[in-house]
Design a binder for this molecule. Structure first.
Ligand SMILES: [Fe+2]
Length: 234
């Protein structure tokens, strides 16, 4: 267990709790002002994960759901650093990701999008950051999918991320996007993060990270607090 102080969250970097364009926030946003509570041990401490907590394929979504062949779609590798509010690497922290398959379909009973499931793709993985705060996943580029927020609404390609940080209070749940996606300009979830901060949610294509003859590489750094903080999911 780590015990660390956590500074106040910078709300200029995060979506407001109520963003009418993202219609489910209208139902779930608090209607009364929040009451700040002092952080106790439950907020300033957190679980410690080790590399031995993971399975050997947990970080490789191109293989962790294989049943009778390789998953369909474009293979990608996503890597980056997790940093704290002072720019220091956050080591040994658990990162979990989940995503749609290449056709834009989740392995989840609530997902009724009429796109095919891929029998060889689960769409979930996890890894732990190394000594330099670096993580890396191999996966399939997720497809866009429709949702019922408004007429003809489509989510841009995205990967969901959950990070624990050093404390429960620094836990971050967010979404990573891809550069040049035309749906970003139309997406109320992406647009609900303030301008100047939402751009931090877009990964960067990198030829250095790209693996020859195998997959394209994207870099997505995550800052848990402070200047340059990565916006929370709304
Ligand atoms: Fe999603």
């Amino acid at each position: 267990m780590i015990n660390a102080p956590v500074s106040k969250r910078d709300w200029s970097a995060h979506p407001p709790l109520l963003y009418p364009g993202y219609t489910s926030t209208v139902l779930r946003a608090p209607t009364k002002p929040l009451i700040p509570l002092a952080h106790g041990l439950a907020e300033t401490s957190g679980p410690v994960f080790g590399h031995d907590s993971l399975g050997p394929l947990d970080h490789d979504l191109t293989r962790n759901g294989m049943r009778n062949g390789e998953p369909l779609g474009e293979r990608i590798v996503v890597t980056g650093r997790v940093l704290d509010e002072d720019g220091r690497p956050v080591r040994n922290t658990l990162i979990e990701i989940w995503q749609a398959n290449a056709a834009g379909r989740y392995v989840h009973k609530v997902d009724q999008h009429e796109a095919p499931l891929d029998p060889n793709f689960l769409g979930a993985g996890r890894c732990v950051t190394d000594e330099n705060g670096v993580y890396k996943f191999h996966t399939i580029k997720p497809g866009a999918y429709p949702w019922r927020n408004h007429f003809n609404a489509w989510r841009p390609n995205h990967i969901h991320f959950s990070l624990f940080g050093n404390t429960i209070a620094s836990r971050l749940v967010t979404q990573m996007y891809f550069p040049g996606d035309p749906l970003l300009a139309l997406d109320p979830i992406y647009l609900s993060a303030p301008e100047g901060a939402r751009e931090r949610l877009i990964s960067r294509f990198s030829l250095d990270v790209t693996e020859p003859n195998f997959c394209l590489g994207y870099v997505f750094d995550i800052v848990l607090r402070g200047r340059g903080e990565t916006p929370f999911e709304g």
